[in-house]
Design a binder for this molecule. Sequence first.
Ligand SMILES: NC(=O)C1=CN([C@@H]2O[C@H](COP(=O)(O)OP(=O)(O)OC[C@H]3O[C@@H](n4cnc5c(N)ncnc54)[C@H](O)[C@@H]3O)[C@@H](O)[C@H]2O)C=CC1
Ligand SMILES: O=C(O)[C@H]1O[C@H](OP(=O)(O)OP(=O)(O)OC[C@H]2O[C@@H](n3ccc(=O)[nH]c3=O)[C@H](O)[C@@H]2O)[C@H](O)[C@@H](O)[C@@H]1O
Length: 463
Amino acid sequence: MKITNICCIGAGYVGGPTMAVIAQKNPNIKVTVVDLNEARIAAWNHDDLEQLPIYEPGLDAVVAEARNRNLFFSTDVDGAIEAAEMVFISVNTPTKTYGKGKGMAADLKYIELCARQIARVATTDKIIVEKSTLPVRTAQAIKSILDNTGNGVKYQILSNPEFLAEGTAVQDLMAPDRVLIGGEQTEEGLKAIQALVDVYSTWVPDENILTTNLWSSELSKLTANAFLAQRVSSINALSELCEVTGADVNEVANAIGKDSRIGPKFLKASVGFGGSCFQKDILNLVYISKSYGLNEVADYWEQVIIMNDYQKHRFASKIIQTLYNTISGKKIAFLGWAFKKDTNDTRESAAIYVADQLIDEQATIAVYDPKVTAQQMESDLNYLGTRAEEENERFLMSIKDPYEACKDAHAIAVLTEWDEFKTYDWQKIYDNMLKPAFVFDGRGILDHQKLETIGFQVYVIGK
Ligand SMILES: NC(=O)C1=CN([C@@H]2O[C@H](COP(=O)(O)OP(=O)(O)OC[C@H]3O[C@@H](n4cnc5c(N)ncnc54)[C@H](O)[C@@H]3O)[C@@H](O)[C@H]2O)C=CC1
Ligand SMILES: O=C(O)[C@H]1O[C@H](OP(=O)(O)OP(=O)(O)OC[C@H]2O[C@@H](n3ccc(=O)[nH]c3=O)[C@H](O)[C@@H]2O)[C@H](O)[C@@H](O)[C@@H]1O
């Protein structure tokens, strides 16, 4: 079966970039990305590419090439579903905040709504592709909803999890380590798998396209994120041991990373991992394990989250303790608010939790981030619900100039590893700070020797 029309429900961090690349690489396929959020769709359609709703290096060029050629962004969800032979579901699957599984399980209400909408609208057979990250066996629920509408339309469900990382989304999509496609191992299922393989094989080498059964594919996504996050928690756990023993976490990471069985990537000690997915996906894995009665398995993975929470808390406590256990009324400058560099995404960013703990002690936080808006910072902090919004407003400010953010500060904390922080005039920053001037490098990116020569007192995670 040759696909000529694709619809993707959800124009977010995954749906937008993924479909832009599929459209760019398949000029003969019409790709329509739909969303309920009108402002988001308007931003995707904006003439000024700087106004795209997502900042990803290289994304503007891909969108510029494909948009209005064979890539369209629209709020007409029904129309796009009806016209498509293949419908990707790329909506959000956050952690549940209510009811059974609250704080652990994935909230599948948006997925179910999509399935019901497809069932209501479709009049021709369709391949439904799970692009969102889902608990293992979700395809069964989607199939059950679709198959019980009784209007004669036939569906095949595929799982095609996305492995892109933010900040490198376009690069990851252009040259993925692998594309994973799971489907039913029946004649019809295998045909559907092949149809999706054909979409990717216009640019991904065959050996990088893996096909599996549905459940292996769904579970591989949660597993991949759990393994990645586990590496960060493992090195972060060691970072504290380094600090008390005189070992240097970078030297340890380098030494173990040379072992080809361990490998060098994802061993950077930090103030803790953030992002919309690691925590949510591990909590989901923990919940699924518990629901099957696998309590030891659940406890094992939960420890990755416990360690991560501890690392954020430990960093904030280190700042408080170093500033003579009193930070009330002191200005602390934050360099970075995003959960990693090269993205404007702040979901679950360590910066939010560190700020919250410092504001509890009545410090004033002046944040500079090259891509995050003041409004976003405020809403992130308010979302925690720790204190009244007016109070958050009083203690948190976003400053558009890094030198201004650091002026008259008692301390600077580096929360995101933006490259530009390394290029600053640190002598000028030092001259304008209160003394002693402290730097807490939560990302280990600055030239610490140089900073100490200037006169800073420097704390680096893992040293
Ligand atoms: N953010 C990331 O880097 C990655 C995310 N994922 C997974 O991909 C999925 C989507 O994540 P993001 O793109 O980050 O989420 P997002 O929140 O940025 O985007 C989801 C979009 O879906 C829309 N939506 C929700 N329900 C809808 C409906 N019924 N009809 C039309 N639109 C609807 C929302 O308005 C929103 O714009 C999640 O399951 C996530 O775990 C997977 C890999 C990477
Ligand atoms: O499912 C998802 O959402 C995605 O989650 C992660 O991607 P992402 O969260 O965008 O970014 P990462 O590069 O994985 O970084 C996650 C967090 O870990 C931190 N990190 C990463 C690596 C490291 O060595 N140390 C470290 O602290 C980062 O600063 C960041 O806060 C995975 O890398 C993607 O493969 C996956 O598709």
